[in-house]
Write a protein that binds this ligand. Structure first.
Ligand SMILES: Cc1cc2nc3c(=O)[nH]c(=O)nc-3n(C[C@H](O)[C@H](O)[C@H](O)COP(=O)(O)OP(=O)(O)OC[C@H]3O[C@@H](n4cnc5c(N)ncnc54)[C@H](O)[C@@H]3O)c2cc1C
Length: 218
């Protein structure tokens, strides 16, 4: 037989943040960095000891293809990240500029340790406060409005008031004038007709695309 146990207790409350982001994977880190660059006071709570999520602690160390065979498809934060990784030699040796910018259906293998350090640097430069080994365990919701979250880490439980949740829709509403000018993360362009006509090659790191796609690879 299952039973329930209900408890209530008082916990410490932090000073409010404009935005609390739950999880420092690619999505959460991009959201936190972009929001902090817009001037928001941002707290990023990450359950593990590093940023990057599946790309670092998950060891899924290859970005999906970023080119449609003619041009690079990503912009904004993702493009900035790729350029930084390129400058810091974070990619596998086979990744050339041409591979990155023009080759069709090429996955982009990278060093997870480099990605961790680059994302750390991005958050520090943007002024994001990051708490590692910190899990969001509860959200304080009033109707459709989020008032804050409860964090759990080695210090115990803490309530963190926040004016915004980490959803991009909420971020777009505030502050409107700045948000309009923001370069939102991972802007993608419509693939060219040539790329759309090629079935996506589920390539693993470093493998060669099938004949049809290879014929189109520059
Ligand atoms: C098996 C697999 C293989 C994949 N292969 C590829 C690939 O080869 N190339 C590619 O480009 N994409 C790949 N993907 C997709 C890619 O990993 C995801 O699209 C990407 O990681 C999503 O980013 P995210 O930030 O949303 O989530 P995640 O990367 O999952 O990050 C979530 C983060 O939030 C943290 N977290 C979770 N819950 C909490 C909480 N309550 N409080 C605080 N922190 C929390 C986690 O620790 C983690 O760091 C793969 C996915 C899977 C599952």
């Amino acid at each position: 037989m299952t039973s329930t146990y209900q408890f209530s207790r008082s916990i410490a409350a932090d000073a409010p943040y404009d935005l609390v982001v739950a999880g420092g994977g690619p999505a959460g880190t991009a959201a936190a960095v972009c929001a902090a660059r817009l001037g928001l006071k941002v707290l990023l709570a990450e359950a593990t000891g590093c940023l990057g999520g599946m790309g670092t602690s998950g060891l899924v160390a290859s970005f999906g293809p970023v080119s449609d065979g003619e041009r690079m498809l990503v912009g904004g934060f993702m493009k900035e990240l790729l350029e930084t990784m390129w400058r810091q030699k974070a990619f596998a040796p086979q990744v050339t500029r041409d591979y990155l910018e023009r080759q069709l259906n090429r996955w982009v293998p990278f060093s997870p340790e480099h990605l961790k350090r680059i994302l750390d640097a991005f958050t520090v430069e943007a002024g994001v406060e990051v708490r590692f080994f910190t899990r969001v365990v509860e959200a304080e919701v009033d109707g459709r409005r989020l008032n804050g979250v409860v964090l759990s880490n080695v210090e115990g439980l803490r309530f963190v008031p926040a004016r915004l949740s980490s959803t991009p829709r909420a971020m777009r509403r505030w502050p409107p004038s700045r948000a309009r000018n923001a370069r939102w993360c991972c802007a993608t362009r419509k693939p060219s007709r040539r790329a759309r006509s090629v079935p996506c090659w589920p390539a693993w790191t470093g493998t060669t695309p099938p004949t049809k796609a290879r014929a189109w690879t520059r």
